[in-house]
Design a protein around this ligand. Structure first.
Ligand code: ARG
Ligand code: ZN
Length: 849
């Protein structure tokens, strides 16, 4: 049951909890539909609190009894929790509740997945396990006893005693309840050990279901690399005797950093060459690092309240991106991150769901695990580091860890350490945290008598609830090139801290070509009147790998926009530039592959609609196809040579270098297949001995509509493997022609292997439809209706996954009236469902506003 009008929670209303928790003892007697949870919690009045109301969160709990200081009490219970009369001073609260993990399809709290018990408590799932002050600023040590017939019984911290059918765990580090975890099942460990920098021996395990034990080795290596890296780069050492990871098939997101017991979506930890692509390997390495890094940025220092979510997430995403840059190619990582940022975060920031990196209100916090909090949150850290420099960044981080270890901290605490270390005033910089929307940075240049001037202006469009925007501090990394392509000014950082600001250089022999926002030094939209000649020049000469890629991307965009808006043919300069890139053996293959990629269709849509043009998804799709065909023809002679050069000999390795070669080979194969009818792709599919080659060939064949035999062969080969079958589902949708995408997705939802209760399978199928721009937005409206039908089906089962996928509708205002009407009709149809979850109703209400 929920309230008729869900409540909005405001940052400004924060007050501390009235009590402190001294320690927590929990006993779990596991049973699929009748698990008993017995708690014993010692409370004491909080000297910092103003009031003394004893309220504990608790939802969907069947309370059996409750006691205070050993005497029975009769607390008052509401759907949100429990209130009781308590004595003055310290006291012990005990209770027993019954819960039903097996029927918990929301996958929040304690639930079952493939016969095992597992938990997900962030953000507010612990209240579905027992009565507790379920807020991140209430921290305590936990002692947990798990009773059940399962061979593996896990919880947080260090193992204490265990025996037949029980195990006890003690976590000495005070933690908030969202970091609690419990796992029980018939699991197999992939064990290892790690010695920390101070010589402490740590036991490591990855626990998986039978049959998955040969997919753990890569994740384990990634874990050890992460542990070493955090010691070397941040001086952070692991702090328990044991670190466990568990792979779970039914999981709402990627993974969770529970103290000493990380729980992972199996898709984010299990890897093998035969079943995982190069991209899967890279992502798994990054997510393992991310969750491990949370041990310091998240667990040792946690968040005071959920408005501060970016304190741990922005910083931890930033740290995992540094890690990936160190393990692989820094420029490739940066380019990929920016593609992702523009694809997901810019769309969010430019639409009805826009919110600050630190939001100031929410209805359902689960709706704020967003690209803005995570990815833009990480960009903000990157800008801060750029502004203060590496040395002061390191000092500030040391001070942060020293001062706030054991705290539930805020963004103010975070900025404070930077202000103290650098003597800077970060008031303006802080607007990156409090103000939503992507700034548009326009630039004008002038050159006279050897004097060169750049004038920047920043403007941020209004976002929901924030009509006026104040200027922020934008670090602009800039270099200048002369007409020969030589660098006359190496990269320097301009601090753009006003609405408008000019920067000048003198003594230049000729008008330079500026390379602005190198490395994408700030998450802004750069608006510059320039032409394809200059773009082609930068594509050929820029010393900054990011801006070289960016110049190519801008060229592609201008070509495509000219094709879409004016029916122009593909631009010959672009085709020549890309041929030069393809042939440029001095560029590493991964970078070349990235350069050959085109801007996504949804990015083109956003650019068009920013210019006031109503985008036609079909026309955009066709322009992209036309351009790819033209590229294939223009590169006809070179493609087979590059494909041959990029063949990797020997056993499969997921390292950056061979993966980059495969990426370029696949890009060449994809273009070439537009001319050879898929012949070479069929050959690759037939001989592929790893998933990267196999699935990329299949994708190409499906796009050419010549892959039916391979598609069913693939099914027969992999129908036993859940994660590979997710790929099989998703690929058929993403490779479909726009007019077929919804129908194919619809058919797949009727396939016996489709299981809408499994978030991975649901996302593989319906998420692929939402991501197929021209297919989802096909004028028939079938995509909209199908997605809405499934969201209506899923909402009562799993509100979190439903709400997340509602974001597919967030861009409705970009489109023509007919599409707008169709989308809004579906949004309203969902909103009209009785008992719609708070998650979904908040998302759709915001989208509609
Ligand atoms: N803290 C986890 C991570 O960043 C994600 C938890 C997401 N929780 C949620 N309710 N969406 O790795
Ligand atoms: Zn995280």
């Amino acid at each position: 049951m929920r309230d008729a009008a869900p409540q909005t929670i405001f940052l400004k209303d924060y007050t501390p909890f009235d009590y402190i928790v001294q320690d927590v003892h929990l006993t779990f007697k596991l049973a699929p539909r009748a698990t008993r949870v017995i708690s014993r919690i010692r409370f004491a009045p909080n000297p910092d609190a103003s009031d003394t109301t004893f309220f504990l969160h608790g939802e969907q709990l069947d309370l059996k009894w409750a006691k205070i200081n050993g005497a029975d009490i009769a607390p008052s219970i509401t759907p949100e929790g429990l209130t009781a009369e308590v004595p003055e001073g310290a006291f012990t609260f005990e209770c027993e509740v019954e819960i039903s993990p097996e029927t918990n399809t929301a996958l929040e709290g304690l639930y079952m997945s493939g016969g095992m018990y597992c938990t997900q408590c962030e953000a507010e799932g612990f209240r579905k396990i027992t009565y507790y002050p379920d807020r991140p600023d209430v921290m305590s040590t936990f002692t947990v006893r798990v009773e059940g017939p399962h061979p593996v019984l896990l919880s947080n911290g260090n193992p204490a005693t265990s025996g037949e059918h029980f195990a006890e765990w003690h976590d000495p580090w005070p933690k908030p309840a969202y970091l609690f975890a419990l796992v029980a099942g018939d699991l197999i460990a992939h064990p290892d050990r790690f010695t920390t920098m101070s010589g402490k021996d740590v036991e490591l395990n990855i626990y998986v279901r039978k049959g998955d034990e040969n997919k753990c080795a890569f994740g384990m290596e990634a874990l050890k690399k992460s542990m070493t890296w955090d010691e070397k780069v941040y001086g952070r050492e692991y702090d328990l005797d044991i670190f466990n990871i568990v792979a779970v098939d039914d999981f709402n997101m990627g993974a969770m950093e529970n103290k000493g017991l990380n729980v992972f979506n199996s898709s984010c930890v299990l890897a093998s060459p035969e079943t995982s692509t190069d991209a899967n390997f890279e992502r798994i390495e990054a997510i393992i690092a991310h969750e491990y890094f949370h041990n310091w940025t998240g667990n040792r220092i946690t968040c005071r309240d959920w408005f501060q979510l970016c304190l741990k997430e922005g910083l931890t995403v930033y740290r995992d991106s540094q890690f990936t840059s160190d393990m692989r190619s820094a420029s490739v990582k940066r380019i990929s991150d920016v593609i992702d940022l523009r694809g997901r975060q810019f769309a969010e920031d430019g639409g009805p769901l826009a919110h600050p990196v630190r939001p100031d209100r929410f209805v359902e916090i689960n709706n704020f695990y967003t690209a803005t909090v995570y990815e833009k949150g990480a960009e903000v850290i990157g800008m801060l580091k750029t502004l203060v420099g590496d040395a002061d960044y390191a000092k500030a981080l040391d001070l942060y860890f020293e001062r706030h270890d054991g705290d539930a901290a805020t963004i103010e605490d975070w900025l404070q350490v930077f202000e103290e270390v650098t003597g800077r005033n970060l008031k303006r910089f802080k607007r990156w945290y409090t103000s939503a929307g992507t700034p548009q940075l326009s630039v004008k240049e002038s050159f006279k008598n050897g004097r060169y001037k750049l004038t920047f202006r920043q403007e941020t469009p209004p976002t929901p609830g924030q009509p006026q925007k104040k200027p922020r501090v934008i670090p602009i990394a800039l270099g200048l090139l002369d007409e020969s392509g030589a660098e006359v000014l190496p990269t320097q950082i301009l601090e753009m801290d006003k609405r408008q600001k000019s920067f000048k250089w003198k003594g230049l022999a000729s008008k330079p070509v500026p390379s602005i926002l190198r490395g994408f030094s700030a998450p802004v939209i750069l608006k510059r009147d320039t032409d394809d000649v200059e773009r082609a020049f930068l594509l050929a000469h820029d010393t900054d790998p990011f801006n070289r890629w960016e110049a190519g991307r801008e060229l592609a965009k201008s070509t495509l926009l000219n094709m879409i808006e004016n029916g122009a043919p593909p631009n010959a300069g672009y085709l020549d530039g890309m041929l030069a890139v393809l042939r440029d053996d001095t560029l590493d293959p991964a970078t070349r592959a990235l350069m050959l990629g085109l801007p996504s269709q949804s990015e083109l849509t956003q650019t068009l609609s920013d210019k006031g043009v109503v985008p036609d998804p079909q026309a955009i799709y066709e322009a992209v196809q036309t351009l790819k065909l033209a590229m294939a023809q223009h590169m006809q002679d070179t493609l087979p040579r590059v494909y041959a050069q990029c063949q990797v000999e020997g056993p499969y390795s997921p390292d950056a270098e061979p993966a980059g070669k495969r990426e370029l080979a696949i890009a060449a194969l994809g273009l070439g297949s537009r001319l050879d009818g898929g012949k070479a792709a069929k050959e690759q599919f037939a001989r592929a001995d790893n998933m990267t080659l196999q699935i990329s060939a299949l994708a190409i064949l499906l796009r050419q509509k010549v892959g039916d035999a391979e598609l069913s062969g693939f099914y027969e080969q992999w129908k036993h493997d859940r994660l590979v079958m997710d790929k099989w589902f998703g690929l058929q949708v993403s490779a479909a022609a726009p007019e077929d995408a919804a129908e194919i997705a619809d058919k797949l939802t009727q396939h016996p292997d489709f299981d809408h209760k499994n978030p991975n399978r649901f996302r593989a199928t319906l998420g692929a439809l939402a991501a197929h721009h021209a297919g989802f937005h096909h004028i028939s409206g079938r995509g909209y209706t199908l997605l809405a039908d499934w969201l209506i089906t899923l909402d009562p089962i799993n509100p979190q996954t439903t709400a997340r996928m509602c974001a597919a509708f967030q861009t409705w205002k970009r489109y023509d009236l007919k599409r707008q009407e169709m989308i809004l009709a579906e949004v309203d149809r969902i909103l009209a469902q009785p008992n719609l979850s708070r998650d979904t109703s908040e998302m759709l209400t915001r989208i509609r506003s």
